[in-house]
Design a protein around this ligand. Sequence first.
Ligand SMILES: [Zn+2]
Length: 411
Amino acid sequence: MTRLRRADTGVQIHRAGWVIVAPNTVLRDGYLLTAGGDVQEVGQGRIPGRFPVVDHGPGALLPALVNGHTHLELSLLEGMVPFNMGFRNWVRELIRIREEAGPARLTEGAKAGIEALKTAGCGLVGEVSSLGLTRNLLYESGLAGVWFREYLGGDLPPDVSTGLSGEGDNPGPGPNHSALTASLAGHGPHTTAPEVLKSLKEQTRARDLTFGLHLNESEDELEFLTTGKGNWADFLKERGIDIETWGLPAESPVAYADRLGLLDERTLAVHLIHSGANEFEVLRDRGARVCLCPRSNAALHGRLPDLAGMLKAGLTPCLGADSLASVDSLSLFDEMAFTARSYPEVAPETILSMATLNGAEALGLADRFGALEPNRAAVFTYLPATATTSKDLLEQLVHGAFLQNEILYDG
Ligand SMILES: [Zn+2]
């Protein structure tokens, strides 16, 4: 069962049969010495000093998981949009239900989504908000991460940068506000005019914030960007959007984003279902971050990204649950289990990194999250694991063998 917990600011020891400090540092009979909500020291064996000890049990403590890409405003739509109707129909149906539901019900859904994240051991989130409903909810929830206000279309409202982090705004009274930043995302290169994407990226760059972008997700997007023609081009023209100035065709969606100057180490590109080695090299050379949502991709597109190719190119992808409109849970344990099953050649350590450290790095918060190393936040989950070796422990963990867990907030 979930147990949210904020330890007092005093010094405490948290011990367990295993402490997963980071995917490559797993301590048997380990402990964390925490103070002021941070990890001060990690160790194993005999516990130092005479500090209060919380003995979690024979299982494993692991860092809070990171959901690198999600849309909490769609949580209400759980089970309401069939996946097998084709992507364009899915989007149309999603927009119809969303409009019918209205902001109050969508907000209630988002609250439930936040609780679901915490229940499943998630402490850090990349939330993409197209309606602007979730910022305060996240501040109040104690979850850390990046709140991306997302825009699309041909024009930007004049006030997009109001209230962004990094310009001296006051984020509000949330318990963890210093670790939740507000930034901007462009929906995608096929839905958002190039000038709009460039402007959004420029505004995040000026404040050293992470910029979010869906990239190379659908057949429509790929066809449109690489030919300048097709169903999607017709759709945009019908809506009165002038695509003559977009500079198409492009070699690939990644090449197009690169030409617009959107790719650097503070950009989080999401999906990349149709990308291959050439695109991975461009992303790597620019230092761009990548987030994959395999369960959502399988449900909506019947196709998975080339994870092995990304790893071979030197990318460090993180994982996202996307939204309850395309997956049946927001649990990163479920996302890891699906990923482990779908990519049996990828090591458990790598999959756990995708759900922890890589996500924290992608969101620009790796100095505080993603591992239980000294000077990072002591935010973790306890799993009732029964492994006899660290290899078994990680293997079982990424395959979802211990889904009953709790998240502890210390500080
Ligand atoms: Zn998305």
